[in-house]
Design a protein around this ligand. Structure first.
Ligand SMILES: N[C@@H](CCC(=O)N[C@@H](CS)C(=O)NCC(=O)O)C(=O)O
Length: 228
């Protein structure tokens, strides 16, 4: 059984996308990051960087004690290796997926996160910061669009953990200042993933989680999340 520590944000959605696609049994432990639950010692014991998602696998492949994993990229890799799905085993295919997985966790996610912060949540509108992150977002969408010009999915013909990592960050494309019609290959990929049954189930699960804060106005959440 996979115990998922989760909150309905882009990084959280990555893991529910995988779990719903693979059919691995899992339970959900909500970590309300707007209430500061990511700082509780029991959560820090499995996720020392006070970020969700994290998982505990109570039935690891080696038959030993439970294994905990934090960082969404490491979790996706762990689950792919556990199930033998969504990550090729040949050296070339696997390397391509890992390149794009790292591109997402090291670039797309952090840059779009800064876009969200300065566009939506920062107490003052700083034109330099907004401009920098919207431009960087546009550059990254361009990289993705070019990549998808000649492929169905990021790593080739098959849906992989590289796609699952990238997709949730692009769901708020309009709030990020992007016009989806500027990126036709991205748009085709986006709509395909959006319409998958597993994606629908993952986002339906997100909608059942109660207590999401509005980070523009909720002072307690802003204190926990923005170190204020
Ligand atoms: N690099 C991490 C980032 C995870 C992350 O930033 N999670 C956010 C929500 S999307 C969080 O838990 N924030 C809590 C906090 O900032 O205290 C990953 O990919 O898992």
């Amino acid at each position: 059984m996979i115990e998922l520590y989760y909150w309905p944000t882009p990084n959280g959605h990555k893991i529910t996308l995988f779990l719903e696609e693979s059919g691995l049994p899992y339970t959900v432990n909500p970590v309300n990051i707007g209430k500061g639950e990511q700082f509780e010692p029991s959560f820090l014991a499995i996720s020392p960087n006070n970020r969700m998602p994290a998982i505990v696998d109570t039935a690891p492949a080696d038959g030993g004690n439970a294994i905990s994993v934090f960082e969404s990229g490491a979790i996706l890799q762990y689950l792919a290796e556990k199930t033998g799905r969504f990550l090729p085993t040949d050296v070339r295919g696997r390397t391509t997926v890992m390149e794009w997985l790292f591109w997402q966790v090291g670039g797309l996610g952090p840059m779009l996160g800064q876009n969200h912060h300065f566009n939506r949540y920062a107490p003052e509108k700083i034109p330099y910061a907004i401009d920098r992150y919207v431009r960087e977002t546009r550059r990254l969408y361009g990289v993705l669009d070019k990549r998808l010009n000649s492929r169905a999915f990021i790593a080739g013909d098959d849906y992989t953990i590289a796609d699952m990592a990238a997709y949730p960050w692009t769901v708020p494309y309009a709030d990020q200042g992007m016009d989806i019609d500027d990126f036709p290959h991205f748009k085709r990929w986006f709509e395909h993933i959006r319409d998958r049954e597993a994606t629908r189930r993952a986002y339906a699960l997100a909608d059942t989680i109660k207590g999401r804060a509005d980070l523009r106005t909720d002072e307690e959440a802003r204190r926990h999340l923005f170190n204020r």
